[in-house]
Ligand binder design. Structure first.
Ligand code: ZN
Length: 133
């Protein structure tokens, strides 16, 4: 079952510059900041009610976020839906013919995650996440 929007992720050229708006101007608290070499990003998670905003700065041009910025510029990169059982969710979606980017859940910033293909979601990159207990 999908419970809520866990986070909305925004691709940015500079995390520091983006924090000046989301943290300093809007006043949203940063609860985590991390460099994820495996995903090629420097990320910050800001709390907004029961959801989060994830800011993603690429570590280089030849990373998924770097290529996204090159093609589309800054903006919304994906939305993440929270589930209590990502294995079951993924199995159900596969059975329903949904096109997946990740065939199996993997470890991400938000817990165990996987991405659905925008071809199946009307053009939006959708991440599913099962946060740690
Ligand atoms: Zn995400």
């Amino acid at each position: 079952m999908i419970h809520k929007i866990h986070h909305v992720a925004i691709a940015v050229r500079s995390l520091d510059e983006a924090l000046r708006f989301y943290r300093d101007t809007l006043g949203l608290p940063v609860h985590e900041q991390a460099v994820r070499e495996d995903q090629g990003v420097k990320a910050a998670l800001l709390t907004i009610g029961e959801s989060e905003i994830e800011l993603l700065e690429p570590l280089g041009p030849d990373t998924p976020i770097g290529r996204f910025l090159e093609r589309r510029g800054e903006g919304i990169h994906h939305i993440c839906l929270q589930t209590g059982d990502i294995d079951k969710e993924l199995t159900d979606l596969k059975a329903k013919g949904v096109e997946l980017i990740d065939q199996e859940p993997r470890q991400g910033l938000a817990g165990r995650i996987c991405f659905l293909h925008p071809r199946s979601t009307k053009g939006v990159l959708v991440e599913l996440a099962q946060p740690p207990e």
